[in-house]
Design a protein around this ligand. Structure first.
Ligand code: RP5
Length: 164
């Protein structure tokens, strides 16, 4: 790839990928380039700092950060960049993602993280929000978002059917 992708998808662990890949699939659908990386606030703090401090200079425009449990990743990234950061609370084993949600959403005033729903819906919507930000200055992405909405509407049947 010649240029840095517009979107960074970062996650705290390989175990987050089954959730975060839904963000990647939406970006694929919209033909928006992204890079997915594992960056752990706890296990790879140096990698976290390197990524967050250089993300803007590297050319990323939006960051999607998913983490579970004591989910410091989105907030720590947001503390080191002024790029928009969308946080996805990954469903945890112990508390079903309630811990992830609360630890991402309760940022102190001054360091924003746009927090999405727990799990797959949050990952999907984080990608759509990232696309909406990019669409403000990119007509092709704007058109792709319109198409996504049209396809979504077209896939909803008018009448319910009995299960097969
Ligand atoms: C967090 O701890 C990760 O984001 C992940 O959701 C959670 C569990 O990680 P693993 O123990 O599965 O690697 O840092």
């Amino acid at each position: 790839m010649l240029t840095t992708p517009l979107v960074a998808i970062v996650m705290g662990s390989q175990s987050d990928w089954p959730t975060m890949r839904h963000a990647a699939e939406v970006l694929d659908n919209l033909k928006i380039e992204y890079e997915a990386r594992i960056v752990s606030a706890h296990r790879t703090p140096d990698r976290l700092v390197d990524f967050a401090k250089s993300a803007k200079a590297d050319g990323f425009k939006v960051i999607i950060a998913g983490a579970g449990g004591a989910a410091h990743l989105p907030g720590m990234i947001a503390s080191m960049t002024t790029l928009p950061v969308f946080g996805v609370p990954v469903r945890s084993k112990a508390l079903s993602g309630q811990d992830s949600l609360l630890s991402i959403v309760q940022m102190p005033g001054g360091i924003p993280v746009g927090t999405l729903a727990i799990g797959e819906p949050g990952a999907i919507n984080a990608a759509l929000l990232a696309a909406a930000v990019l669409a403000l200055s990119d007509a092709e992405i704007d058109a792709a978002l319109d198409r996504y909405r049209r396809d979504q509407s077209g896939a909803v049947p008018l009448f319910p059917q009995d299960d097969e």
